[in-house]
Design a protein around this ligand. Structure first.
Ligand code: DGJ
Length: 380
């Protein structure tokens, strides 16, 4: 009798959990128009998702019809099931003051938001370029809010860890780097130049002002420490920088990784104690082949693996560029690879590619293009 009762309660508990799952068999169709609650295509490009209070919040770049510049700001959409999205409006608005760093016409790309449990604040980092300066400023903007959907208050911008050496450079490597001179390498992309970049030729020039910070993402580790991962050194080298406890600044601990690897669009997840990072090459708005790296320590060393994409258009990341990897709450070993299909001639029409991350028998992640799939059936 007791066993029967136990079985009954176990079955009831299972049924309750199964019923409470927000995921349905509603299809995720990459590269198509994704209407929000008003039937308007979602305008949240280069985005990332924060799961907070049983709700998904998708933050991204608002794009216009002709311009990739920030004319509106960072948008926010919410969803319970990752398929039906409600436009929550502008989370961080451009400012009208022409002296503001985030004035209308600046560039605000790849925003990511994380929640700081200790301060109760939502913290946004994004790639910031100052108006009229192309991509030369190469800065990170930081904004915070008490409410997940905003409005976010702009705190200011920074470059990467000015005047601080990375944790993964020995004194001997620092001395070798300091002995490098730009004039000795007048031509880019020669084998000698690549070798010098690996050793820190470009790092050296930005050491005092801080490292460039363009394509970027945020990652909160299991211990609550947060990291900012960004393309530095003219997109030649990635930096992984630990954030301060309140997540609003770099702590001073960071690593230069994959030097001279020329990576953009970093997206990261962790499974079974291994960090996996998917990036792109650097071809502007045009797609290229994704790259994949793994490490057991976030500061490295990072090992390169083959392109995770398989099948048709694998060498073009299915016409997309990575932006974020979302662990699916309530599902074991379930991660969604999120990418942008950019349409620079009509940026507002940019599409999204979301695919389940698949795993080989040896645990290596890979991707297949599924034109249509759903979360409920993908991960039982
Ligand atoms: C590629 C980057 O990944 C995008 O975020 C954007 O900065 C474009 N380059 C601009 O050309």
């Amino acid at each position: 009798m007791r066993t029967l009762a136990k079985l009954f309660f176990a079955a009831a508990a299972f049924a309750a959990v199964a019923c409470s799952s927000p995921y349905t068999d509603a299809p995720i169709r990459s590269l198509e128009v994704w209407p929000d609650q008003d039937g308007v295509h979602i305008n949240a490009h280069g985005g990332g998702i924060l799961y907070y209070d049983n709700t998904f919040y998708w933050f991204g770049e608002h794009k216009g019809e002709r311009s990739n510049n920030a004319l509106v700001g960072v948008t926010c959409y919410s969803s319970k099931d990752l398929v039906n999205w409600t436009n929550e409006g502008v989370a961080l608005s451009v400012e009208e003051d022409p002296a503001s760093e985030i004035t209308r016409g600046s560039i605000m790309e790849r925003p990511k938001v994380i929640y700081n449990k200790a301060t109760g604040k939502f913290v946004m980092w994004f790639h910031l370029e100052l108006r009229g300066q192309g991509y030369n400023a190469a800065r990170s903007g930081i904004a915070i809010s008490d409410n997940v959907t905003g409005p976010y208050k702009y705190l200011g911008s920074t470059r990467g860890n000015p005047g601080i050496y990375p944790v993964n450079m020995t004194q001997q490597e620092i001395d070798e780097m300091n002995a490098l001179n730009r004039e000795d390498y007048p031509q880019s992309w020669t084998p000698e130049w690549v070798e010098a970049v690996k050793k820190g030729l470009l790092f050296k020039q930005d050491f005092q002002a801080g490292q460039m910070s363009r394509d970027q993402t945020l990652y909160v580790d299991d211990d609550g420490k947060a990291y900012h991962i960004y393309s530095a050194e003219d997109n030649l080298t990635l930096n992984i920088a630990e954030l301060t406890d309140d997540y609003t600044a770099h702590s001073g601990r960071y690593a230069r990784i994959i030097p001279a690897g020329h990576n953009e669009a970093p997206a990261i997840f962790k499974k079974d104690g291994v960090y996996w990072m998917i990036t792109s090459g650097c071809t502007g708005w045009d797609p290229n082949a994704a790259r994949m790296f793994s490490a057991t320590d976030i500061f490295g060393p990072w090992t390169q693996h083959p392109n995770p994409c398989t099948g048709e258009d694998a060498d073009l990341t299915y016409h997309g560029q990575s932006t974020f990897i979302l662990p699916v709450p309530g599902k074991k070993d379930a991660f969604i690879f999120m990418a942008d299909n950019w349409r620079p001639r009509n940026p507002i029409d940019g599409r999204y590619i979301w695919l389940p991350i698949l795993f080989k028998d040896d645990g290596t992640p890979y991707l297949e293009f599924l034109p249509e799939w759903n979360i409920k059936d993908q991960w039982k």
